[in-house]
Design a protein around this ligand. Structure first.
Ligand code: ADP
Ligand code: MG
Ligand code: ZN
Length: 637
């Protein structure tokens, strides 16, 4: 309630201001119409002289009037008159007229005085008020917008009006305070970049023997792997200022703004050399010129050209090094990669298990972990996590710990945080009923296939507690950082994904299957399709039938999709269908053979809501043979 009032008050304030302004503007409307027609006339309150109509006639007689501008249907005028006593200096004087008298016009004509009648701008009164209202609304709206934008900028509100002159649009940090020690798990990239630190710190070591210091380094890697952090660490290690700007900020609504931003950035950098310029998301400006649907984008191309010009314009030894980051090197304009520009490329990949462990060490420095919590275990549980994910994981776990009023982070908080990051927030448990039973069978179906098919990743746990979009979940633990996936594994995954639907089908009947399997089926289709078109795992043989780019709209990929014939496309569809149907047959059979075990497992699951993989396996083993799965466990020495 309280908040509501505050909101109303917040709205009343600008409306009051609008009304006040309108009042004033209406009062001044006469002046306004003069001002509007002739910009050079100062408004009433600044010094413009007035004289009477009679005196004006005297001036005409004396031949001192050179020009007359008549406004408002002849009710007032601005007169240009010369003053013989002051070297014939021209004065502008306002006169109130009795109306547009024909005699006056004849008189002016006879005297050869140039005159002009400015038409009265007739606006219907309502519209006039509306116009007057709209203006302040826009103005106020505009001001609020500008103020908000500028708040987030280090330069402060004063610079918000300088479009294009964008001192405030890039950030400068004199000291980043980040060191290489703060970046973990990317040792190869760090080694490559160590050299850049030396370039910045002791350029003479290279220049004295005639070596050209490289100007640009391109960091390539998926989001969250620590590219920004690495760039900051370089500046921090070298002790130089860090200028940063994101590629998407270059691209503005107005053509030319981006280019002038680039100019400004380089100007400031030169004043502060040695220094480091960091351009994040360079693909936003650095896309292939002239590419994409509808041809190029003028603004982006101008910006890119300016960037290239600036990079060519400074000497390699001027103490400025530019580091750019992207996760889409494939769309970059090749001109960017030429020698003398971003000719060094360093890839920053998602960390492996050792990398994850060392990142966890960095981020747990300032956190309280309970004694029996091993970071190795967390690293094992999180294949595919990037540095940012891991930092987020520890933070979420710390928040959960605080919420549970514990004083150190334990495994259960870590587990919950992992689940939350992968699958979303936990929801309320379902109430017992038919749909809960159906979901239980569905999940048990996934877990059953996961446990019984030898090549499937082992089941970690099955749960009926909803999370994110899912009503129930079966978790599998994939092998530690397995780089390559076999055909048998892919087929097993397809069967596992179909396990949910197969269980619904067998237990509840073909008419009772639900939309809950939609996500599974989509996944199945995509896996099967890739097996056919990318991995050469079908009857069509080891032929690549599709590029790996899915984004038709970006960069240069536009035209590369149509290079397969209709007949091949039909064969692909046929293969995908066959593969999925075969897998579904096999899955149905496994479910049918294990009906009794499933009933038992569902009973336990509904009772406990969550069951771990080990328990699932033990119950299942009472009914049928369960294959052992050997895992390769990466060593962590
Ligand atoms: P990117 O620029 O590659 O998208 P960032 O450098 O912005 O990723 O990373 C975001 C955050 O994630 C960092 O501030 C840091 O806390 C954490 N992080 C990412 N990678 C690492 C890493 N290799 N070592 C330590 N922390 C990392
Ligand atoms: Mg970044
Ligand atoms: Zn499912």
């Amino acid at each position: 309630m309280n908040q509501r009032w505050r909101l109303i008050a917040l709205w009343l304030l600008p409306i009051g201001m609008v009304l006040l302004l309108t009042w004033q503007i209406l009062g001044n409307s006469q002046v306004n119409s003069i001002k509007a027609n002739n910009d050079s006339i100062a408004p009433r309150n600044t010094a413009i002289a007035r004289m009477s109509y009679g005196r004006f006639l005297d001036y005409v007689d004396a031949g001192r009037v050179t020009a007359v501008d008549i406004y408002n249907g002849g009710t007032n005028a601005v007169v240009e008159a010369v003053d013989p006593e002051l070297d014939n200096r021209v004065q502008r004087i306002r006169v109130d007229l009795p109306g547009l008298a024909p005699e006056l016009i004849t008189r002016l004509k006879d005297e050869g005085i140039s005159f002009d009648i400015h038409p009265e701008r007739k606006t219907p009164p309502a519209l006039g008020i509306a116009g007057n209202l709209l203006f302040p609304i826009f103005l106020i709206g505009g001001l609020i917008l500008l103020a908000r934008r500028s708040n987030s900028m280090p330069g402060g509100p004063g610079q918000a009006m300088q479009f294009g002159k964008t001192k405030a649009r890039f950030a400068m940090e004199a000291e980043t305070g980040v060191k290489f020690d703060d970046v973990a798990g990317v040792s190869e990239a760090k080694q490559d970049l160590q050299e850049v630190v030396t370039f910045l710190k002791q350029p003479e070591r290279f220049t004295s023997i005639g070596a050209q210091i490289p100007k640009g380094v391109l960091l390539i890697g998926p989001p969250g792997t620590g590219k920004t952090l690495l760039a900051k660490a370089i500046a921090g290690e070298a002790g130089v200022p860090f200028f940063s700007l994101s590629g998407s900020e270059f691209v503005e609504m107005f053509v030319g703004v981006g280019a002038s931003r680039v100019r400004d950035l380089f100007k400031r950098a030169k004043e502060n050399s040695p220094c480091l310029i960091f351009i994040d998301e360079i693909d936003a400006v650095g896309r292939q010129r002239g590419a994409g649907i509808g041809g190029g984008n003028d603004e982006r191309e101008q910006t890119l050209n300016q960037l290239l010009t600036e990079m060519d314009g400074f000497e390699g030894n001027s103490g400025i090094i530019i580091i750019a980051a992207t996760n889409r090197p494939d769309v970059l304009d090749s001109a960017l990669m030429r020698p003398g520009r971003f000719d060094r490329q360093v890839s920053v990949d998602a960390p492996d298990i050792k990398g994850r462990l060392s990142i966890l060490k960095v981020h747990s420095r300032n956190k309280k972990l309970s004694e029996n919590l091993s970071l190795e275990n967390i690293a094992r549980r999180t294949p595919g996590f990037t540095g940012a994910d891991l930092a987020n994981l520890l933070n979420e776990a710390a928040i959960l710990t605080a919420r549970r009023r514990k004083d150190s982070i334990s495994l259960s908080e870590i587990d919950d945080a992992v689940d939350r990051i992968i699958a979303g927030m936990e929801g309320q448990p379902l109430t017992d009923g038919k749909s809960k039973r159906l979901i239980a069978y569905h999940e048990v179906g996934h877990a059953l296939i996961g446990t019984l098919v030898k090549d499937h990743d082992p089941v970690q746990k099955v749960t009926l507690i909803p999370r994110g979009q899912a009503k129930g979940l079966t978790w599998f633990s994939p092998d530690d950082d397995q780089m390559l996936v076999t055909r048998a594994q892919l087929e097993a995954r397809i069967m596992g994904a179909l396990g949910g639907r197969a269980a619904e089908d067998v237990i509840f009947g073909r008419q009772e299957v639900t939309t809950g399997a939609g996500g599974d089926i989509q996944q199945v289709a995509s896996m099967a399709r890739q097996m056919v078109t990318r991995f050469g795992m079908s009857k069509l043989g080891p032929v690549s039938l599709e590029g790996d780019s899915q984004e038709v709209f970006l960069g240069r990929d536009l035209m590369t999709r149509n290079d397969i014939s209709d007949s091949i496309a039909r064969q692909i569809d046929e293969q995908v269908r066959q593969m999925v149907m075969n897998s579904y047959e096999k899955t149905l059979n496994i479910v049918k053979e294990n009906r009794e075990a499933m009933d038992k497992l569902v009973e336990v699951l509904i009772d406990k809501e969550t069951m771990d993989g080990e328990e699932f396996k033990n119950i299942l083993a009472k009914f049928t043979d369960v294959p052992e799965k050997e895992r390769t466990v990466a060593s962590l020495s």
